[in-house]
Design a protein around this ligand. Structure first.
Ligand SMILES: Cc1cc2nc3c(=O)[nH]c(=O)nc-3n(C[C@H](O)[C@H](O)[C@H](O)COP(=O)(O)O)c2cc1C
Length: 147
C-alpha cells in the first residue's frame, strides 16, 4: 500500500520548513509518496486526500505571508474538500497571547470546506521545545494511522 501525503508549509524564517523537510524524509522512508510545497497554490492541494499543514504563527496571531494568499482564497471559496483528511503542526511562541493561532485558522478554514481533521493538532512551543523535528516525528503516527 503506497499512500500519498501532501505537506504544505507556512513559514517566515524557515523553522516550519525545516520540520516539514524532516517529516518528508521520515514519511518517504516509511514508503509514503510525499509532495511538499513551500509556496502552495490552490491547484496543489485541491485534489489531495491527505494534507499535512506545518505552519508557524506571525504578526498578531496570523498565518505567515507565504501561506496567507492560499488560505484567503480558501476562505472566500465554496470548494468541496470532503475527500480530504488533514492534520496540522504549528510552531509558535508561548510569549504571545496568540500562541499558535495559525493552527486555529487552518483548522477552521479546512473544516469549513468539509475536510476532516483526523487528530488533535500539534502545537510546538519554540520557547520550551528545542527538538522541533523530534516532537513532530513523535506526533506523526497520530496523523498517518488515521489516513
Ligand atoms: C514578528 C513575530 C511575530 C510572532 N507572532 C507570534 C504569534 O502571534 N503567535 C505565536 O505563537 N508565535 C509568534 N511568533 C513566534 C514564531 O511563530 C516562532 O518563532 C516560529 O518558530 C517561527 O517559525 P518560522 O521560522 O517557520 O516562521 C512570532 C515571531 C515573530 C518574529
Amino acid at each position: 500500500m503506497s499512500k500519498s501525503i501532501c505537506i504544505i508549509t507556512g513559514s517566515t524564517l524557515g523553522g516550519a520548513e525545516y520540520v516539514a523537510d524532516h517529516l518528508n524524509d521520515v514519511l518517504t522512508e516509511q514508503g509514503y509518496q510525499v509532495e511538499l510545497f513551500n509556496q502552495a497554490e490552490l491547484s496543489d492541494i485541491q485534489h489531495q486526500t491527505s494534507l499535512l499543514v506545518v505552519t508557524s504563527t506571525h504578526g498578531a496571531g496570523e498565518l505567515p505571508e507565504n501561506i496567507q494568499p492560499l488560505f484567503q482564497q480558501l476562505t472566500e471559496s465554496n470548494l468541496d474538500f470532503s475527500q480530504m483528511k488533514f492534520g496540522v503542526i504549528g510552531l509558535g511562541s508561548s510569549d504571545y497571547d496568540t500562541f499558535c493561532n495559525a493552527v486555529n485558522i487552518v483548522e477552521e478554514a479546512l473544516s469549513s470546506l468539509g475536510a476532516t481533521q483526523v487528530c488533535e493538532s500539534l502545537r510546538i512551543d519554540v520557547v520550551n521545545d528545542f527538538d522541533h523535528d523530534g516532537s513532530a516525528e513523535a506526533w506523526l503516527p497520530n496523523f498517518v494511522e488515521k489516513l
